[in-house]
Design a protein. Structure first.
Length: 292
């Protein structure tokens, strides 16, 4: 099957029926394939998973919160190996082998975790390959009002989803585009945010796009206040929310250029907030004035 996210195509192939495990992908399915593929993922269901990395060099281990997946990244000449566990302290459950530019990938996984593994693999591959086309995958929650999408940034547990919910409750015309992994793309007519098949714990899979109205970095605070971020701080806020192989110098350089271009085109704000409707009113009033 072929899917299109933010105008980019990729494919998922399996000898075993897996589409019923991927309802979040259905609205992104396409039949008319005009553009080239970002990547092709082949899924192999196995009863016995090889979790060894013999012959590879360990480059990076992504260890975040205890309830988040663990990713081990290995490399040898012309090939990458990514081993994934569902949680930081659990056993490896998926093996992803790719070519040098991530355009061809084979996923080996046991039947019990197929859905998790495919979602995780496609999310990683998309982030790694779409960057070359001025496209970023971000950890953010996105609310739409009118023609604009507003992206709320922050570390895990900051309250991105809560702040989005405050907007949805405060404004009748507001709706949620994505709650965890939207895609931002620089195009000839501006910066746009797209829905994606990946939305964290909130099932929100919309094949829609809106012009980016503003980025808002959230911080928990005893009272609500907001200010526009200085360019250097704006850059740090967006860069910190980007997915990708940041430990690689070449990827960092490419990320720098894309984020810098976005900062030059879109307002970035910093909101100290409580989890209440007043924070939503303050934020919306401030960013809407600047984005119109």
């Amino acid at each position: 099957m072929v899917y299109r996210v933010a105008g980019h195509n990729f494919s998922i192939e399996s000898s075993v029926e897996v589409l019923h495990l991927l309802p979040n992908f259905s609205v992104f399915e396409v039949q008319d394939i005009r553009e080239s593929m970002l990547f092709a993922l082949r899924v192999h269901i196995t009863d016995s998973l090889d979790v060894t990395a013999t012959g590879y060099d360990l480059l990076h281990t992504d260890a975040q919160d205890v309830d988040m997946p663990r990713l081990e990244i290995y490399r040898r000449e012309g090939e990458w190996l990514l081993l994934t566990a569902m949680y930081q302290t659990s056993d490896i459950c998926a093996r992803l082998v790719t070519n040098a530019d991530f355009s061809q990938a084979d996923l080996f996984v046991t039947r019990e975790v197929v859905s998790f593994a495919i979602n995780n693999a496609t999310m990683l591959l998309f982030a790694f390959t779409a960057l070359h086309y001025r496209t970023l995958e971000l950890h953010a929650s996105v609310v739409v009002r009118g023609e604009n999408g507003f992206l709320f940034l922050g570390k895990s547990g900051t309250g991105k989803s809560t702040h989005s919910r405050m907007w949805l409750e405060a404004f009748e015309d507001a709706w949620l585009l994505n709650d965890d992994n939207p895609v931002v793309r620089i195009e000839d007519d501006g910066v746009w945010v797209y829905g994606s098949p990946w939305s964290g714990k909130t099932p929100c899979y919309k094949n829609e796009r809106r012009r980016v109205g503003a980025f808002v970095q959230l911080r928990q605070a005893p009272e609500n206040s907001i200010e526009q971020a200085r360019p250097s701080k704006a850059y740090i806020n967006i860069y910190g929310s980007c997915s990708g192989l940041k430990f690689m110098e070449s990827v960092r350089d490419e990320l720098y250029e894309v984020v810098a271009e976005i900062v030059g085109k879109v307002q970035v704000w910093e909101l100290d907030c409580l989890p209440n409707h007043d924070a939503a009113y303050l934020c919306c009033e401030s960013v809407s004035i600047k984005s119109t």
